[in-house]
Unconditional design. Sequence first.
Length: 585
Amino acid sequence: MLPIPWPAAGSLLSGVGTVLLLWCLREHRGTPSAHWLLLTLVAQAVWCFAYGFGLLVFDPTLRLALEALTWTGIVWTGVPFLAFGLTYTGRGAVVRTPWFGLLVLVPVVTTGLVVTNPLHELVWTEFRLEPVFGAATVAYEPNAWAFFAIMTATVFAASGTLLLFDTVVSYGPLYRTEALAVGLSTLPPGVALLVWLFELGPVPQLNLSAVLFLPHVALDAYAFVGGDLFTYSPSVRRTADRSAIEDLENPFLAVDTDERIVDCNPAAASLFGVAKPTVLGDPLAAVTDLRIDDADGRVITRSDGGERREFAVSTSRLRNDSGRVVGHTVILQDISDQRRREQRLEILNRVLRHNLRNDLTAVRGYVGLAADRTDDEDVRASLETAAADVDGVIGMTEKVRAFERAVEATSAAGTFSARNALDAVAADLEGETGGRVAVTVPSDLTLRTNRDLFELAVSNLVENGLVHDDEDPHVTVAFEGVESDRTAVFTVRDDGPGIPNHELAVLERGEETPLEHGSGLGLWIASWAVTAVGGDLAFETDEGGTRVTVRLPGVVDPSAAQSADGTRADRSAAADRRANADRSQ
């Protein structure tokens, strides 16, 4: 028995490898791009087996039939591989267009022409056996359609390969190795096919493309079986990139260095009353009245459906991989509602700060005057109650004004002694409320933050503890230490009735509702002030009172504060003992 010629053995081995790869990939049949790859592998298997068995057949008629089957496999590998490249890289919509359907006509027509070639010889002529290396190789003269069909299949396969290489360049290491392997796998059989078609080799009748599917199968097996290529599909990222722009509610435009529009999303097209296909290439200024040099930070007004809308413009540079500026992006943020809220708040704030405060001050004077002139004790008591209520509202407006002034100066961070600031807060509140405030904070603890907001936050927390304790109000402000990120930790403790749970729930949620709200502005202002300087608050309340933990970044010298903290517990205990002694007297 004669051994199988090596060209036939290599071709058949490639076919077996292709079938094994098909078997391994059968579980991915439902994956969008997998069925196109499976179809490519089926055509590849037909190509390899038909050519391999054909090299063993010396009967002219049967050899002609196997050559026709080989051609069928060849022409049907290009289109499905292109479809695979499109679908795998997130361009599957192209496959569903009529234009792609026209591409499918090429292998369909070629298959028909190859099968019926003996009748018309439009694909090749002068078919004959010319054995080499003991294999039944054949020779014939390919006609124009043969060149067209194979070159078209090659272009389709090359296009799919380029799409995969685009993935290598664009989508980083997540898909790089697998996509590179699949892209390179098409080169050996593709080059061998062109060498055979144009008779460039020393043995022109021998087509080595089927044999060179061996490295092709090995690379595909690495990518699809070993590398889980279908598990990490770049179509997800491409779709996300496209959706991030197309589905963005804010109008978006991209321009090149000459400020010509190269992309825009539907929101921008709708805002400026243009259609994307027609506006591409138009100057940005002609469409939007904007120029990149002075667009950033501008506010433009447009009419959208008869409604006046205001948009804040933001621009940023687009750079390529080498860092060169290749264009700009323009994003428009709809600030209409924000501007209207700001205007309403400004009006309400002005009314609260000026009109209401001035009128209440006048009312307070008249109520006090009336209380002084009446001899009726019940009337006087009612007037004094009314005066206290008016004082409370006036005090609330003062808190709002103090908070507004502090927030406006948020950027004015400075370095100060925490102990000095807290002593000043304690002295003011002791004079106003008659309560006692103990400060157990190291004298060398230095903070760098907004002092006004720091004092405002602590002042409102301490005041809350003092005014809600009807029996000998006492509040302790203590330093607990410095965390690793230079955050100072303070506690504000009182022995009052504790903050009601519903008020704490409102603070934690960050908003009030018609059925659940706080009793005043003090805790809100404390929370806002701490948040404004990058800190946070935590509340603990029980029958013994309330403990508020305040974390504030900005410790200047953590080592000094920590070393001073060694005596903090002793100082705090001493302060508590003094407070208990005062309470017992």
